[in-house]
Write a protein of this length. Sequence first.
Length: 125
Amino acid sequence: MKVVFVVLAVASLSGCGGGYGATAPTNQGVNTPPPAGGISVINNSFSPATKTVAMGATVQWAWNSCTGDAYSGQMCTSHSVTFDDGTTSPTQDQGTFNRTFNAAGTYNYHCLVHGAAMSGSITVQ
């Protein structure tokens, strides 16, 4: 009878997927790397926070604010890209937002959720 309990205990433990050398997969594919020259929307910051581009350039913001893994679950933080001139992205926790800049000047922006603590600017020359 003891052998049956031992066999059942060992079988149930091995079915958990744990054990030595097991690692949890990270980043379940919801973060979107920005293209070259783009901006990452990270938890509480934009990276880079300031950028200079030529007139006619399109800048892409990509949300990279998800953390976690298959075992603890994925947690994504919502942010927006909201310009002082009223142009805004949706408040979202993943995906991208693009804006084309056709006039010279400095375009300040922030996150509606985090306010001025999460801000950036685009300088168009």
